[in-house]
Design a protein around this ligand. Structure first.
Ligand code: HEM
Length: 434
C-alpha cells in the first residue's frame, strides 16, 4: 500500500522549514539516480560487512575483500551521495546550477559502473576487472571534477561554501591518481611502502574531499535545517583552512613521516573546529526538537570526534596494531555514513515535497515535509544505525567475530529500513478527496 496524503480543502499552508526559497532544482532524474544507486551501495556495503566480519575482527583491513567493502562505502555510498547532493545543492550554495547535467549523467554512469567493476575485481581477485574499474572511476572523478570546476569558475557567491568546494575539487582530481597507482601496484610489491601510500590515498580522499564538502555543505544546510540565524562562521573557516593544508601536505608525493605528522595534527584541529561550528548551530537552533535526520547527523559528528581521538594511536602503530587500525577506519567511515544518512532524511522528503506538493501550495491544503514519513520509525532507524556502528566498532576492537557480525547485521538492517522509509516517501501520492 502506498502512502497517500489527502488534499481536499483549498487552504494555504506555510512553506516547509528549510526550503531554500526560489532555488532552481536540478532534474529529479539526475538527483534520483545518484541517490537510488548510493542507497543500493549502502545496503550492499552492509551485506559486505556481514560477509567480511571474520576478516574485520582479525583486523585484516588490507585483504582485498575488505578493501572491496570499503569502496562500496567510500565510492558507492559516500561519493555518489555527495555528487548527487551537489547536483541539487549548487544553485543554493554558490548561486549557479551545475554547468552540465549531461556530463553529470556521464560521471554518474562511469562512477556506478567503475565502482561495481572495481569491487568485483577486488572481491574475486581479478586484475582486469580491478583495472577497468579504476579507469571508470578515474573518468568519473575527472568529469565530475571538471564539471564542478567550470560551475565554480562562474559562481556568483564566493563565501565559505564556495572555497570549500574549490578545495574539494582539487582533491577530486588527486584521488584517482593515488587510486590508480594503488590498483596497478599495491599487490605487486611495486610500492616501497604500501601502508603509507594507502594511508595517503585514503586521507587525501577523506579529508580533502569528503570532510571539506561536509564543512561547506553544513555551512549552508545546517542553519536551514536547524533554523539558526547569526551564528559566527569562524570555526567553519578555520576547519576549511586546516583541512585544505592537511590535504595538500598529504597529496604531495614527497615528504615523509614528519610531513604526514604535521598534516595529521592539522586535520585533527580541523575536526575540532568543524565540530565546534556544528555544536554552535545545534546550540543556537530556534527549533527545540531535533528531528531524526539532524539526530543522525549529530551522531555522525560525535563519531568523528571518536575517530579523531583514535587516529594518533591507530596511525602511529599502523599495521603493527591491525585491529586498532581497522576499528579506526570503521568509526571514521561509519560516522561519515551516519552524517550522510541523516541528511537523506532532510533532503529526500524536501525534494519529494517540492516536486509533488510545491506546485499545489496556496491552492489546496498540503502536508508539511516532516509529515511525509513516520518520525517514530525514523527515530528507530537512527537508533539501529548508531547501535549497529557502535557494536561493529567494538567487535572489531575486541577481535570478536560474533560481536562484529551482530553489529554489521544491525547496521545493515538500519540501512534497509532507511531505504524502505525513503522509498515510501518517494512514492507518496497526492490523493484528492471530494
Ligand atoms: C578513483 C577512485 C579510487 C580508486 C581507483 C581507489 C583505489 C584503491 C585501491 C586500489 C586501494 C588498495 C586496495 C587494496 O589494499 O587491495 C584503495 C584503498 C583505500 N581507499 Fe581507495 N580508491 C578510490 C577512491 C577512494 C575514495 C573516494 C576513498 C574515500 C573517500 C577511498 C578510500 C580508501 C581506503 C580507506 C582504502 C584502504 C582500504 C583497505 O585497504 O582496506 N578510496 N583504494
Amino acid at each position: 500500500m502506498l502512502p497517500t496524503l489527502p488534499i481536499s480543502r483549498p487552504l494555504a499552508a506555510p512553506a516547509p522549514a528549510g526550503v531554500p526559497g526560489g532555488a532552481e532544482l536540478a532534474p529529479p532524474l539526475l538527483v534520483g539516480e545518484h541517490f537510488v544507486a548510493a542507497l543500493s551501495f549502502l545496503v550492499a556495503g552492509g551485506a559486505g560487512l556481514v560477509l567480511c566480519a571474520d576478516h574485520l575482527a582479525l583486523g585484516a583491513f588490507y585483504v582485498p575483500r575488505v578493501a572491496a567493502v570499503v569502496h562500496l562505502f567510500t565510492i558507492g555510498w559516500i561519493t555518489l551521495s555527495i555528487f548527487g547532493a551537489l547536483c541539487q545543492f549548487l544553485p543554493v550554495a554558490v548561486g549557479r546550477p551545475l554547468a552540465s547535467y549531461a556530463v553529470a549523467h556521464l560521471s554518474f554512469a562511469s562512477l556506478s559502473l567503475g565502482a561495481s567493476l572495481m569491487v568485483a575485481g577486488l572481491f574475486v581477485g581479478s586484475r582486469p576487472l580491478l583495472l577497468s574499474g579504476a579507469a571508470g572511476l578515474s573518468l568519473a572523478f575527472l568529469t565530475f571534477g571538471g564539471n564542478l570546476a567550470v560551475t565554480l569558475f562562474g559562481a556568483k557567491e564566493r563565501g565559505l561554501t564556495f572555497w570549500a568546494l574549490v578545495g574539494a575539487t582539487a582533491a577530486i582530481f588527486v584521488t584517482p591518481a593515488y587510486g590508480v597507482a594503488l590498483a596497478l601496484q599495491v599487490h605487486d610489491g611495486g610500492l616501497a611502502d604500501p601502508f603509507a601510500t594507502i594511508g595517503r590515498h585514503a586521507h587525501v580522499a577523506i579529508i580533502g574531499f569528503v570532510l571539506m564538502v561536509m564543512v561547506g555543505v553544513a555551512h549552508r544546510l545546517m542553519p536551514m535545517f536547524l533554523l539558526v540565524h547569526g551564528v559566527s562562521a569562524r570555526p567553519g573557516w578555520a576547519a576549511l583552512g586546516l583541512y585544505f593544508t592537511a590535504a595538500v601536505l598529504l597529496a604531495l608525493p614527497w615528504g615523509g613521516d614528519r610531513v604526514a605528522l604535521v598534516a595529521g595534527v592539522l586535520a585533527l584541529a580541523g575536526v575540532g573546529a568543524m565540530v565546534v561550528q556544528a555544536a554552535a548551530y545545534y546550540r543556537h537552533r530556534t527549533r527545540r526538537a531535533i528531528d531524526p535526520g539532524m539526530t543522525l547527523a549529530a551522531a555522525g559528528l560525535v563519531g568523528l570526534v571518536v575517530a579523531a581521538a583514535l587516529a594518533p594511536f591507530a596511525l602511529s602503530r599502523g599495521v603493527t596494531a591491525p585491529r586498532l587500525l581497522s576499528a579506526y577506519f570503521t568509526v571514521l567511515l561509519g560516522s561519515i555514513s551516519l552524517f550522510i544518512a541523516g541528511h537523506y532524511y532532510k533532503i529526500v522528503p524536501f525534494l519529494v515535497w517540492n516536486h509533488r506538493f510545491g506546485p499545489l501550495l496556496g491552492k489546496v491544503k498540503v502536508p508539511k515535509v516532516a509529515e511525509l514519513y513516520s518520525e517514530r520509525l525514523a527515530r528507530a532507524d537512527a537508533a539501529l544505525l548508531v547501535l549497529g556502528l557502535v557494536t561493529l566498532a567494538l567487535g572489531v576492537a575486541l577481535g570478536s567475530v560474533a560481536v562484529t557480525r551482530a553489529g554489521a547485521v544491525a547496521f545493515t538492517a538500519g540501512a534497509l529500513l532507511e531505504v524502505v522509509i525513503l522509498a515510501r516517501v518517494a512514492r507518496t501520492k497526492v490523493a484528492t478527496s471530494p
